[in-house]
Design a protein around this ligand. Structure first.
Ligand SMILES: *[C@@H]1O[C@H](CO)[C@@H](O)[C@H](O)[C@H]1NC(C)=O
Ligand SMILES: *[C@@H]1O[C@H](CO)[C@@H](O)[C@H](O)[C@H]1NC(C)=O
Ligand SMILES: *[C@@H]1O[C@H](CO)[C@@H](O)[C@H](O)[C@H]1NC(C)=O
Ligand SMILES: *[C@@H]1O[C@H](CO)[C@@H](O)[C@H](O)[C@H]1NC(C)=O
Ligand SMILES: *[C@@H]1O[C@H](CO)[C@@H](O)[C@H](O)[C@H]1NC(C)=O
Length: 304
């Protein structure tokens, strides 16, 4: 009886597998330096991206659940100040059709992630005690690239500018430009309930990096991050004519004495074109939109 059941169960499973393989992206593990895979609608590309590889460890990504979830398991046992890899989910539509910052209405994101030692038995999404034992150093961040040259904007190495939005960090790692600054005096912006602090400085590739770092670790984060980009041109730090050509979400891996697993259980990124919204906390400054509003209002009053 038991064997009849298991035989028919096997057949059933096989039929299920064949049917699913027609319509779903099969689970896949990728370990090559720049291995990548896109989902069926080609909206997201999952990349291993071991751009700072050395001989001290490895990193693999696993794409599961019909390409709606990503996890990466890694360790790097030397060069703890260097970023070894940034496995990520790339938002393909903006690379196919870059958006000028002056014409960016929103970048809506919704992500949920966990970070734990690979062997952790903790139920915590962010297993800080476990990560302490293996001396992990990594972050969780969105990475946006832009340039006034549209052809450069769609790459990660040629653009003049990079904006990172950190929503997690472990192992006292700091963004570029964080040493010798008074954090209290740095610019701040609030997205939803989270306050982000702006750091900036050049990276080794000569790109200017702006890093907005959340005031807490957010294993669940949802919001429109476009005000963090609009802040930069409103403050005259960049030109509004820059094109956003790359938007990614992932983890920068620096160091760990044994495997760390970072998983993104669910995610959504959506960038839309249109008139920028107001940046929060800048109510009384003269943005072009406010000047236009005043002109229209005065004209209407004069016509009365
Ligand atoms: C897999 O995902 C695609 C979108 O990328 C969707 O169109 C398709 O219906 C999904 N297939 C299954 C079996 O869920
Ligand atoms: C650490 O980085 C240096 C410089 O990139 C490299 O030469 C060295 O091999 C790396 N160490 C290990 C253990 O891979
Ligand atoms: C650590 O993860 C890698 C994949 O990145 C895997 O090949 C390796 O076997 C893992 N090591 C251990 C000790 O589990
Ligand atoms: C995130 O958690 C780590 C580990 O406890 C801590 O060092 C870090 O300060 C936290 N980040 C923020 C922004 O609170
Ligand atoms: C993206 O945002 C636009 C405008 O808010 C909306 O119409 C569209 O449905 C969204 N797309 C996805 C995939 O969420």
């Amino acid at each position: 009886m038991a064997s009849v059941f298991s035989a028919s169960f096997r057949n059933y499973a096989l039929v299920g597998l064949i049917a699913a393989s027609v319509r779903a992206v099969p689970d896949k593990m990728l370990c090559g330096q720049y291995d990548h895979l896109s989902d069926q609608s080609n909206r997201y590309r999952f990349s291993n991206n071991i751009w700072g590889r050395d001989n001290s460890g490895s990193s693999c990504i696993e794409v599961t659940n019909n390409a709606t979830a990503l996890s990466t398991t890694w360790s790097w046992k030397a060069n703890e100040t260097l970023v070894h890899a940034y496995p990520n989910i790339n938002f393909n539509p903006v690379q196919d059709d870059p958006i000028q910052i002056s014409n960016l209405a929103s970048i809506d994101v919704k992500v949920s992630w966990t970070m734990r030692p690979a062997l952790s038995r903790s139920l915590a999404a962010f297993d800080k005690d476990g990560l302490a034992i293996i001396d992990a150093k990594s972050n969780v961040a969105f990475d946006v690239f832009f340039d006034t040259d549209i052809a450069k904007a769609v790459t990660t190495t040629a653009p003049s500018y990079e904006v990172m939005v950190w929503i997690g960090q472990y192992g006292s790692i700091l963004p570029i430009g964080a040493s010798n600054v008074n954090m209290e005096k740095l610019p701040k912006q609030t997205i939803g309930k989270e306050t982000f602090t702006l750091y900036q400085g050049p990276n080794d590739n000569g790109q200017h990096v702006f890093s907005w770092v959340a005031g807490s670790n957010r294993t669940e984060f949802e919001g429109d991050i476009s005000p963090l980009l609009h802040y930069l041109w409103r403050k005259g730090l960049i030109l509004a004519t820059n094109y956003i050509g790359v938007i990614q979400f992932g983890t920068e891996q620096k160091y760990a004495t044994s495997n760390v697993t970072f998983s993104v259980d669910s995610f959504a990124i959506n960038a839309t074109k249109g008139m920028p919204k107001e940046a929060s906390g800048m109510l009384w400054e003269c943005s072009p939109w406010r000047v236009a509003l005043v002109v229209v209002t005065v004209t209407m009053i004069c016509l009365l």
